[in-house]
Design a protein around this ligand. Structure first.
Ligand code: TXA
Ligand code: MG
Length: 353
């Protein structure tokens, strides 16, 4: 369904929203736009429907899904012991890219939570998908709509590429405004713990509720036997076929470091300013080095583009960790299996290239 122009034909849109909601209620799979990335939705209270999501994605069974709800008034339906803090956060960040981990209510099936005693909930900020959730009257379990291990989908075209023939319906809501997935915050511990950086920057959360803990998995540290708290953080992810190497550091330094390393067969993901340095390479722009909003919108597209190119390896520039930079850098580093090189600032200062 093409629902990009929601201000257009009201009747036609209502019909399509109803049709998508009906498919969901009947246990089908629907590709759905959200402000972060496209989701692969099913009725989150229907274990059999949720199993179809795992089959379509090829997703490991132990990786739980996020329940998408139409607002904070649904929290007590699916979560037990909702703390006041959840409402404080929902009031500020919902609808929007914040997912909260709370104690689960027994009505949520094991298929959705992968057997955990907690459940992830978020209210997405997309008018069409919100209308579909309301009309369906059930929470929608939806992981990102990519095949497991591939970069997330930020356009309906990306979803078709991965899911054609596996879903009953795809709602085209245009390109995603944020471009990286939601921030995941575990509210079952004190202080709350960041499990995945995302569309709501940590600084904004801390300004509202004070300091939070950062899970080690965010920086790729998985020591020994320890299980990551967001099971999805343990997989190499977002990965194009060629190996990715992230080069961190100030933009000028990382660009020079990549220039020293590349060969004619290398791919490069760089900030817009440095495109002219890499005329001999296959290159994807992340957008201007100071514009993290554009970088967030571009990052998955840049990784996806390299799947149709034959390159020996991909070097990627990476923004600093401020604001959205933490989420953008995390996605690039996950694609790289946390293979990160720190650019040597002094060489640039000394003019050695
Ligand atoms: O922006 C988003 O969050 C997108 C859109 C579609 O809403 N969804 C998304 O879903 O990114 P997915 O399945 O690709 O990532 C969900 C992450 C996984 O890492 C999973 O392990 C974690 O959330 N998760 C889900 N339930 C959890 C729980 N009860 N405890 C800890 N982590 C959980
Ligand atoms: Mg995902």
């Amino acid at each position: 369904y093409d629902l990009r122009d929601i201000k257009g034909q009201q009747k036609e849109i209502r019909d399509k929203v109803s049709a998508a909601a009906k498919i969901l209620r009947e246990g089908g799979l629907v590709g759905l736009p959200t402000e972060t990335v496209y989701g692969l939705g099913a009725n989150g209270l229907d274990g059999a429907a949720v199993r179809r999501i795992f089959e379509a994605k090829g997703r490991p069974q132990d990786n739980p899904l996020i329940l998408h709800v139409s607002g904070p008034q649904w929290l007590t339906r699916y979560c037990a012991q909702v703390p006041p803090l959840a409402y404080v956060l929902a009031r500020k960040f919902w609808p929007g890219p914040l997912t909260m981990i709370l104690k689960r209510d027994p009505c949520v099936p094991d298929e959705t939570t992968a057997g955990l005693d907690t459940v992830a909930v978020r209210c997405p900020n997309h008018p069409v998908t919100l209308a579909i959730i309301r009309e369906a009257g059930v929470p929608i379990a939806a992981p990102s709509a990519n095949l497991s291990g591939r970069p997330s989908c930020t356009t309906a075209q990306d979803v078709l590429e991965d899911m054609d023939g596996k879903i009953q319906c795809l709602v085209n809501g245009g390109p995603c405004a944020v471009g990286v997935e939601s921030t995941i915050l575990d509210l079952t511990c004190t202080p709350p713990r960041l499990l995945r950086p995302g569309g709501v920057p940590v600084e904004q959360i801390e300004r509202l509720i004070g300091p939070i803990a950062i899970d080690k998995a965010v920086n790729g540290v998985l020591d020994g036997e320890e299980r990551p708290r967001a099971p999805g953080m343990k997989y190499r992810h977002y990965a194009p076929k060629a190996p990715v190497i992230v080069v961190s550091g100030a933009p000028e330094a990382s660009a020079q470091e990549i220039l020293r390393r590349v060969g004619p067969e290398s791919g490069v993901i760089c900030f817009e300013e440095y495109l002219p340095l890499f005329e001999k390479q296959r290159v994807q722009s992340l957008g201007p080095s100071q514009d993290k909003q554009t970088q967030a919108q571009r990052v998955f597209d840049a990784l996806r583009a390299f799947d149709s190119e034959t390159v020996t390896e991909i070097y990627a520039q990476c923004p600093d960790n401020q604001g959205l930079g933490l989420a953008i850098g995390n996605r690039l580093k996950k694609a790289a299996g946390f293979h990160v090189i720190e650019a040597d600032r002094e060489r640039v200062v000394l003019g050695i290239t």
